[in-house]
Design a protein around this ligand. Sequence first.
Ligand code: NDP
Length: 250
Amino acid sequence: MAPRSVLITGANRGIGLGLLKQFLKVKDIQIIIATCRDPTKAEELNALKNDARLHILPLNIDDDESISALYNSVSQLVGEDGLTVLLNNAGVLLPYDVEGEKSRSTMLRQLETNAVSTALMIQEFLPLLKKASEKSAIDGFSIDRSAIVNISSTSASVHMIDGSFNGPIVAYRMSKSALNSFAKSCSIELAKYHILITSFCPGWVKTDMGGANAQLEIEDATSTLVGNILKLDKAHHGAFLDRTLKVIPN
Ligand code: NDP
């Protein structure tokens, strides 16, 4: 088994592109929607177009009109079967320190993209996720029935803030904690529809965001992550996990 359709945000580079490449290896997935802000400039993404299951669509998650235009295009693509998996990967990190210069806009920018825009994406796509769940012959929660997967970060864990990492990520941390809080609320409110929701930390990965000193290559991190995303079921509903499915305390 595999989900019928998967939509990935921020799929033009970094972890999003890595996740896409791994999903393309899963033969049973029928529709794979890769979104990015400007498909005309997404060279690596366009190079994958020879796979007829791949659909590349524009999306700026900070723009409500862009979200609703994407919703309309995706509705047409998936039809009455709905969307099986919404994978919210797009995110930003802007350095911010408690003792550094104050900047409302730097803080809000991260809260907007990482928490508010991602939450609005989830709300927008609920009708298509509900459709997928209703149409499915699967009982209970399953990634193959209907699911939301958020790419969060261990840094979002308030429980684990212990001074061992003092990088300038306090605003990023706040934004990912807010996203995890929204995901937890969804896990309770959407349980009646059997829409699975799980938040993941991918690990520290060598991307533009993670930097060259990060521990993991994109391929290593995303192959483990996709392998485990494809195993998600009731046991993982509402959880915050690392890429190996180990629970991270919120
Ligand atoms: P990158 O900076 O390499 O890529 C970020 C992606 O998000 C790009 O595709 C970017 O698009 C997209 N994006 C940002 N803002 C928007 C927006 N408003 N609308 C649409 N797309 C947007 O980051 P990573 O690949 O490293 O990170 C991916 C996810 O993983 C993020 O959520 C991040 O927080 C998380 N993460 C990363 C870690 C790491 O070590 N790398 C560790 C823990 C979590 P564009 O090219 O147009 O800017």
